[in-house]
Design a protein. Sequence first.
Length: 289
Amino acid sequence: MQSSDKTITLLWAIIGSWLLVTLTSFFAPATLSANTARYVNVALLSVFTLVHGAQRYGPRGIIVYFAIAVVVTNLFENLSIVTGFPFGAYHHTASMGPQIAHVPVIVGPIFAVAGYLAWVLAGILLGDVFAPPRSGIAWARPLIAAFITTTWDLCVDAIGGTVNRDWVWADGGPWFGVPWLNFFGWMLTMWVIFQLFAVYLARRAPPVASGLPRVFWLQPIIYWLLIGLQFPLLALIVPAVTLSDPSGQVWQARDLFASMALVSCFTMIFTALLAWLLLVRDAARDAGG
């Protein structure tokens, strides 16, 4: 499937809309609350994932990915809420909206869209998006993509749990109220999602590797970079307030957001810049013949 100029323009419009919604929620919360912005942004990211992914994998392929992500996420989230594995003991609050069993409807798409961007970046880092599939990539790419996705969760989970109370950890945890097990749970969940998708791809015709302009690969890099940059921005504007998690541990909001900003700079932003440099290198190599 060829990526038309109209599709590229649509994808840029989605990225621009996400940026506008995010900044409005930061600087004009009376106009657009953070909770409303979350739903809008997940919807925008979902459209981006489906449209962008359809160019590479076809409409059916990207729908299969999205379905795998939503189903696996709900299975693991419900399992953890009931048993404490793999994320730890926690529950979601009403602020996350309507639920299926114990899990808000929005959670599955959140995993899917964050995962898709990480999947594309992992492909760029491994060189898998510029050439036919190579031996071993079907196993390496899911693992790398799982690490990349978890770097995002490392930045956002303490904000969602300890600051916003969108979910509540029963016993708190060392990462500003989040238990360490949560991040290994994210790794496991995302690896299962990606590995199932890789197995699905291995059983069908190779995805489109030609006819896609480099701007097509640049767009998810920019999206991931902007998502990462929101954490340093939040660290600059957050007020000096005291927070506490359900265990009674007290945290300073500025310390929390400054920590998320540092993590983002050395994980999410670094990954985006590295992928960007590899994209530039590939373009220079092709230009040089």
